[in-house]
Structure formats: structure tokens, C-alpha cells
Design a protein around this ligand. Structure first.
Ligand SMILES: C[S@@+](CC[C@H](N)C(=O)[O-])C[C@H]1O[C@@H](n2cnc3c(N)ncnc32)[C@H](O)[C@@H]1O
Length: 212
């Protein structure tokens, strides 16, 4: 499949990203966009039959481009980005996808408002958010909202710098999530590890028989 030339090329995208980082380093979490190498390690973790994907924290669209090249149809891809300048850049570069300027904590409501969920739940949520710099409460709200629009068995795929799971164990326990480690993207600066979160299966607990 041939992809259109994007109006904002890599140089302009990187420059916009850097300027937004100068304004708000905590929200941006990184001085430069992720590498294509990391995008591919994230894609490796998509459920095999994944068709509908929601991306959080799209930034300059490195993951967006990789998802489209992987074969996700633009109408099945919703990209949420909080930063207005980056959301504009994404919308210009990917007019065929559903780019929404908004907060990942409200992703389920955004998916309803834009009509994304009318065609079914997401198979996976692909997160470029800086989870480590988020408070426990924000992590909880993002994951809760993301799993609200994800099908049973769907995945939340997240990268982090370093080797440890970036989500608080308290949040994981409260939301009934389990986590596994994916691959390390060594050729990313800095190297990043991919983690995959899934909802735990609820196990039927037999009532204990009461002996009279
Ligand atoms: C580490 S950058 C990753 C950007 C891009 N996915 C990449 O990997 O290059 C984090 C991105 O998340 C965005 N972001 C931060 N908080 C957000 C939120 N609550 N909702 C949506 N996007 C958010 C930032 O504006 C930034 O673009």
C-alpha cells in the first residue's frame, strides 16, 4: 500500500516536539519522538487479529505511521493527543485517521463522542504516554477509561524507559490487570521496554459448603 507524502516532514515534526518539550517537559516525558524500531517492538505485541486500535499520546505520529503501515485501516484508528500543537500536526499529517485533541483519561468518552465505538470496541490501546511521570490517580483513570472501550481479551500496550513496569501495583490490583514484559528496543534513545497489560480473567469462586 502506498502512503501519501506527509505535509509535515520529520524535521518539522521533531522541531515541533522539541518546542513542546521546552514548554512542558513533564507532559512530553521525552525530548524527542520515539524511534521506528520501538514502534515495531510495540506492534509485535498487538493481538494477532487486532483490527481496531486506539493510540494515546500520538506526539508526532511515529506510532501512527507504523500502525497504518502494519495494515490498520485509518477508519479503525483513533489517535488521542493532549497537546494542541501536536494534535494539529497529527491531523495535518494523518487526515485519513481519527485524530482527537483531548485527554487520555477521557478516552472512552472521546471514542463515544466521535462515533469510534459505533463500529465496535478496540482490540488494543497503544500508549505513547509517559506513564512513569503520571500520578497513581492519573494512571488509574487512563487505564480504566482505556479498558472501558477495549474488547474482552484486548491489550493495553505501553513502553517505558528502563526495565520495570511503569504502572503502580496498587492500580493493577484495583483494576484487576495483569502485566507481562515484551521486548526491549535497544535501538531507541534511551532504550525502552514494552509492557502489555490485560484484564485478568475473573475466576469463579465456589462457595464453601457449610457443614451443619
Ligand atoms: C513520550 S511522548 C510520546 C509521543 C509519541 N507517541 C512517540 O512515541 O514519539 C508523550 C506524548 O503524550 C502526550 N500526552 C501527555 N499526557 C497526555 C494525556 N493526558 N492525554 C493525551 N496525550 C497526552 C504528550 O503531549 C506527548 O505527545
Amino acid at each position: 500500500m502506498a502512503f501519501p507524502q506527509r505535509p509535515n516532514g520529520p524535521m518539522k515534526s521533531r522541531w515541533t516536539f522539541f518546542r513542546q518539550w521546552l514548554k512542558d517537559p513533564r507532559s512530553m516525558s521525552s525530548i524527542s519522538p520515539s524511534s521506528l524500531h520501538l514502534a515495531r517492538r510495540m506492534i509485535d505485541q498487538l493481538p494477532q487479529d487486532a483490527r481496531r486500535v486506539v493510540e494515546l499520546g500520538g506526539g508526532t505520529g511515529v506510532f501512527t505511521q507504523a500502525l497504518l503501515e502494519h495494515g490498520i485501516q485509518p477508519s479503525d484508528l483513533m489517535v488521542v493527543e493532549l497537546n494542541p500543537a501536536l494534535a494539529t500536526l497529527l491531523a495535518q499529517n494523518f487526515p485519513e485517521a481519527r485524530v482527537v485533541q483531548g485527554d487520555a483519561r477521557q478516552v472512552a468518552a472521546l471514542a463515544r463522542d466521535t462515533g469510534y465505538v459505533d463500529e465496535g470496541p478496540a482490540d488494543a490501546v497503544f500508549s505513547g504516554l509517559g506513564m512513569l511521570s503520571m500520578s497513581r490517580q492519573v494512571q488509574r483513570e487512563v487505564l480504566e477509561s482505556a479498558f472501558e472501550l477495549t474488547r474482552e481479551g484486548g491489550s493495553f500496550i505501553q513502553f517505558t524507559y528502563g526495565h520495570t513496569n511503569p504502572v503502580s501495583p496498587v492500580v493493577l490490583a484495583d483494576l484487576g490487570l495483569h502485566v507481562r514484559r515484551g521486548e526491549i528496543a535497544w535501538r531507541n534513545l534511551p532504550p525502552a521496554t514494552v509492557f502489555v497489560f490485560n484484564r485478568g480473567r475473573s475466576t469463579h469462586v465456589r462457595p464453601r459448603s457449610i457443614v451443619p
